[in-house]
Write a protein that binds this ligand. Structure first.
Ligand code: OMP
Length: 213
């Protein structure tokens, strides 16, 4: 695990973004942990978050033309990542996001920001069963753009519809990599390192036996 990944997990726990307990997910699975990116809810937290996304993106070495932040949660994520790429790496990257409802006046259309064209780097929070990301792919296909990769904060390492992980299914179906700042394995390694999380680790292991890959 890299230093920035360890720092990121610590930061997510401090912000209550990463919590342990019992949570019912969108997929109906009952998870012993939850990652709520909406709780990176101050200027400082959002600035830091953008730096972690930018660091992981630079680390992955993927080529892309535009960042896309899917509504709603992806919008600040793409914006803060674009700012961090500029501040930390002097890379000026266009970014675009979608509206959930079309607008028929003013700038019109469903997309706001840079043109959605070329190789698109999608920025999102979490992939569990892969439902949300499939909706995003429809927007990219409709724009005739090419997906370059999906960048998420946490890879929950869960099964999708079959025996592959949801992320492997997305990679296979859309022929692009999914990259993350950290994975569940990193989280568990971190919890083991710092100590005091024996119960949570046990619950995560039981959950992984059922839904993990
Ligand atoms: P899938 O559409 O099943 O891949 O679930 C992804 C979405 O679930 C995310 O975009 C979140 O809205 C939500 N989610 C989290 O935010 N954090 C989690 O730890 C788990 C989920 C979830 O419900 O699976």
């Amino acid at each position: 695990m890299r230093d920035y990944q360890r720092e990121f997990i610590q930061f997510a726990i401090e912000q209550n973004v990463l919590r342990f307990g019992e949570f019912t997910l969108k997929s109906g699975r009952v998870s012993p942990y939850f990652f709520n990116a909406g709780l990176f809810n101050s200027g400082t937290a959002l600035a830091k978050l953008g730096r972690y996304y930018a660091a992981a993106l630079q680390d992955a070495g993927i080529k892309y033309d535009v960042l896309f932040g899917p509504a709603y949660k992806g919008i600040p994520l793409a914006a803060t990542t674009a700012v961090a790429l500029s501040n930390d790496y002097q890379v000026d990257t266009p970014y675009v996001f979608n509206r959930k409802e079309a607008k028929d006046h003013g700038e019109g259309g469903n997309l706001v920001g840079a043109p959605l064209e070329g190789r698109v780097l999608i920025i999102d929070d979490v992939i569990t069963a892969g439902t949300a990301i499939r909706e995003v792919m429809e927007i990219i296909n409709a724009a005739n753009a090419t997906p370059a990769a999906v960048m998420i904060a946490l890879n929950r390492m869960e099964k999708g519809q079959g025996e592959l992980s949801a992320i492997q299914e997305v990679e296979r179906d859309y022929n692009m990599p999914v990259i993350s700042i950290v994975s569940l394995e990193d989280v568990v390694a971190y919890l083991q390192e710092v100590g005091g999380y024996a119960e949570s680790i046990q619950a995560i292991q039981a959950y992984r036996a059922q839904y993990g890959i």
